[in-house]
Structure formats: structure tokens, C-alpha cells
Design a protein. Structure first.
Length: 292
């Protein structure tokens, strides 16, 4: 009799325990609904920015914002924009307002800024024998980016360094070497594809390069450049952004990506991983209307 009573009691305890572990119908529905409500957002990026956005994609805050972030690597700058303009990608994150303006000036299908991210100073990286901008010999060769926006930016930097002088009406978005009016050291300015600039560093006296590609090439603009852009109003056009096409430019879900980028834990990740070379800029895109 005692054995039967013990067995019966044990069965009752197991039954109650099993029942208590089963989710209620309401809880099960809630979990399923939460998962199904996530919107897949396709983001295109390149270089070190891919690491940042993959980190953002892993955060619980991104899921809480209703976003399933799909980060795609595209290494062609033009395709990064055309893929968004066509709707193949929802947003991209790689370019400055200056580059965006140059792209839009040459293409019918436009890309629009929806949030700001950071500023990376462009730097001049010289050969080991040149330690300052004053040390460039006459006729030295300096490689500069060959795309419109970054060529203009590099020329502006060379002027800030006192190496050349540009026309008074020099266009920061589309200026070229034809706008150089003074070149006292007769420097040879050699436009090259930005993605190959680090590889040709040993073949020229210096290269002018944006920080993303410099980092990939093992260069730190704060430590390795002999001259770099100041971070002030003069470099406002070089602030990086998140871009979307016309259909998505006012999409509230996509706008949340800007908020996610500026979360404290994301900024901590960026500062530690990139040694402070990506300076946070959290401002409304309306402040950059001149770069449309």
C-alpha cells in the first residue's frame, strides 16, 4: 500500500512539473509573433565598416527595433550606390556627403542621406625618408585618389598642408588637378585607384588616402600620417552617412539604423577596434543640405 502511495505521489509530482514547464498558448504566440515581425534590412558596406555593422546586427537592441540586419560586402564604390538606387539593397554605409554629391551629380537614380555616422580624417602617408611636409623634394610624386570626390578632397588636403595652391573657386566636390594654380615644388600628382593606393606606397614619395583603406593597409591616420585633415567645419562634407533610395529615404524602420549606430556599446566597440580613427558625428542630415 505504501509503495502504491509513493508511486502515485511521484507520478503526480512529475506530471505537475511537466505541465508547469509548458509555455502557455499566449506565450508561444508571443514568441512566434516577435520573430515573424522582424523586418529583413539589406545593408551594403565595405572594408572596416562591415565589421561595425555585423556587430550592430548581433545586438539585441537591433532585434528589439524590429530589424533583422543582413550585412553584405561590396567592394566596388559605384555598385554600392547603384545597388541601393535600384532597390537590390535597402541601405548602404560607406561614403561621405561629398562622395554622395558627386555620385548623384552623375546618375539619374539618386541616393539620399538618412543618418550620419562618423568622420575619418584623410591623411598624407609618406615614404620612410620623408618625415614632414616640408621634407618633400622637388619633383616628388604623390599618389591621390582618382575618383571625383576623393580627388578633390585630397587636393584640398594638400593645399592645407601648404604643398599646393588651388583656384579660389575650387569645388570641394568635383575639383581636379587642373585647378592647381601654384605648385612650388613641382610635385607630380598621380591619380590612382584608391583601393590600390597602399600597394603603390613604396613606388611613390607619398600617398593621400582615406582612413578606411589606410586601416586595411595597416596604417593609422593618427600615428602614421605626416599630415591629416583637421576635424572642424572645413571637413563637414566628409562626414560619412547611411544612404537609401528615394522610396526608402523617409522609412522609419531604416531611420532606426542611425540610432543603433550611435548606441554607447557600438561606439565603444568602434573606438577600441579602430584606435579612435573613426570620430563619431551624430547630427541631423539637414545640417548637410549643401551636399545633396
Amino acid at each position: 500500500m505504501k509503495k502504491l502511495l509513493s508511486l502515485g505521489l511521484a507520478f503526480f509530482v512529475v506530471l505537475v512539473s511537466a505541465c508547469s514547464k509548458q509555455p502557455t498558448s499566449q506565450e508561444a504566440t508571443k514568441d512566434t509573433t516577435t520573430t515573424s515581425e522582424l523586418r529583413k534590412v539589406r545593408l551594403a558596406s565595405t572594408g572596416s565598416d562591415v565589421d561595425i555593422w555585423k556587430y550592430v546586427a548581433s545586438l539585441p537592441e537591433t532585434k528589439e527595433a524590429g530589424i533583422d540586419l543582413d550585412v553584405n560586402t561590396i567592394n566596388d564604390y559605384v555598385v554600392l550606390n547603384t545597388s541601393v538606387a535600384s532597390g537590390e539593397m535597402d541601405v548602404n554605409a560607406f561614403q561621405s556627403f561629398n562622395y554622395l554629391a558627386a555620385y548623384n551629380a552623375s546618375n539619374k537614380d539618386q541616393v539620399y542621406a538618412i543618418a550620419t555616422t562618423y568622420l575619418e580624417p584623410m591623411g598624407i602617408y609618406a615614404s620612410d625618408k620623408i618625415k614632414s611636409v616640408d621634407a618633400f623634394p622637388e619633383g616628388a610624386t604623390i599618389a591621390i585618389p582618382n575618383d571625383t570626390a576623393n580627388e578633390a578632397r585630397a587636393l584640398s588636403l594638400l593645399q592645407s598642408a601648404g604643398l599646393i595652391k588651388l583656384k579660389p573657386d575650387f569645388n570641394l566636390g568635383s575639383g581636379t588637378t587642373n585647378d592647381v594654380i601654384e605648385n612650388p615644388k613641382k610635385l607630380k600628382l598621380k591619380p590612382v585607384q584608391m583601393t590600390t593606393a597602399v600597394r603603390v606606397k613604396g613606388d611613390v614619395d607619398a600617398i593621400v588616402l582615406g582612413n578606411t583603406l589606410a586601416l586595411e593597409g595597416g596604417l593609422n591616420v593618427l600615428k602614421d600620417s605626416i599630415f591629416r585633415e583637421p576635424i572642424d567645419q572645413s571637413t563637414a562634407l566628409y562626414v560619412n552617412l547611411i544612404g537609401a533610395n528615394e522610396a526608402n529615404k523617409n522609412d522609419p524602420t531604416l531611420a532606426k539604423l542611425g540610432e543603433l549606430y550611435h548606441l554607447p556599446q557600438v561606439q565603444k566597440f568602434i573606438t577600441e577596434k579602430f584606435d579612435g580613427t573613426k570620430v563619431e558625428v551624430n547630427k541631423p542630415v539637414s545640417e548637410f543640405a549643401q551636399a545633396k
